[in-house]
Design a protein around this ligand. Structure first.
Ligand SMILES: Nc1ncnc2c1ncn2[C@@H]1O[C@H](COP(=O)(O)OP(=O)(O)OP(=O)(O)O)[C@@H](O)[C@H]1O
Length: 288
């Protein structure tokens, strides 16, 4: 079994580690037949992953955070290669959901001796996502976070608190399961996996193999509710807290009068006024 590691050298906060040397040491110790390729620019991991799949690598491993996982996984859709993950981001949502080791030696050992399973894949306006996608405040925070200059959890919390004071919900029309909901949207999250990353459980009951997205709507976020949402995210109790409304569906349409930002797997993509969200059942093989 041949393994290709695709390393994002800009991921994570610990830049002092010689990651290629560590990958080499642990993969050699596990007896793997492997190659390591480093990305040179944003988007490169998708091209490298697709090429590796064409070259017959059985497992193509994203070495990075959820942004790198998204790119590698995108490149593997429709191929015979499986996605592996060596988590090096700050959130690591998909790795955590799949209960993969979060330490480098453990994660390398796992991808070298994996079992295989398939997971669902979401799409929002054609863009694949594997963990979560969303509209509203979380996408707005991703946009501001990308502009912040520094990364990590503390920057994320700082940006969220600053933007919380300014952000207002917008009216939306949501179509799902033959119903039309006229509501306002502070956060509308489409969860394939249960968490955003960092064990922040936006949809604690989400099952990544059930053919359905868990749709989480928070229509407004006054301070008292914000506290309940924060506690619910941290404890995995949001679904029973009454602070959010949930639906499950495999096809959702959303319209807004004004444009709203959307993110995939925590990375801001663009603003739009119409959204088509779909789920492809078991469309990606993962090495777990
Ligand atoms: N060589 C590169 N130079 C610049 N950007 C890159 C490079 N390779 C990948 N990227 C971009 O870096 C972005 C961030 O990567 P990733 O999400 O893996 O790390 P992170 O932000 O540290 O992790 P997390 O999202 O968990 O905080 C990705 O969306 C990817 O497009």
């Amino acid at each position: 079994m041949r393994i290709c590691f695709i390393l994002n050298p800009t991921s994570g906060t610990n830049r002092t580690q010689d990651v290629p040397a560590l990958l080499t040491r642990y993969a050699t110790a596990a007896g793997a037949d492997f190659e390591i390729q480093a990305t040179q620019y944003a988007g490169h991991a998708e091209e490298l992953a697709r090429r590796a799949a064409t070259q017959g690598y059985r497992v193509v491993v994203a070495v990075g955070g959820d942004g790198t996982v998204n790119e590698v996984a995108r490149g593997l859709l429709g191929t015979a290669a499986a996605l592996g993950i060596v988590p090096r981001g700050s959130g690591n949502g998909l790795a955590r959901h799949l209960r993969l080791p979060l330490d480098l030696p453990g994660a390398v050992r796992r991808v070298c001796q994996p079992t295989f399973q398939r997971i669902d894949v979401g799409r929002i306006n054609g863009r694949p996502f594997f963990c979560t996608a969303g509209l509203g405040f979380d996408a707005h925070v991703s946009k501001m976070f990308a502009r912040a200059g520094t990364r990590g959890l503390s920057t994320y919390i700082k940006v969220s608190l600053r933007e919380y004071r300014r952000y207002q919900p917008v009216p939306v029309q949501i179509e799902l399961n033959n119903q039309v909901l006229e509501t306002s949207c502070y956060v509308l999250a489409f969860a394939n996996a249960a968490q955003y990353g960092n064990n922040a459980y936006i949809a604690p009951r989400a099952d990544i193999q059930d053919g359905l997205l868990d749709v989480c709507l928070i229509d407004a976020l006054p301070l008292t509710r914000a506290v309940r949402v924060g506690v619910g995210l941290a404890l995995g109790t949001l679904a029973t807290s009454g602070a959010a409304v949930y639906h499950t569906s495999h096809h959702i349409r959303v319209r807004t009068e004004h444009t709203l930002g959307f993110h995939v797997d925590g990375d801001y993509v663009a603003d739009a006024a119409a959204f088509e969200v779909e789920l492809e059942h078991l469309a990606l093989e993962v090495a777990v």
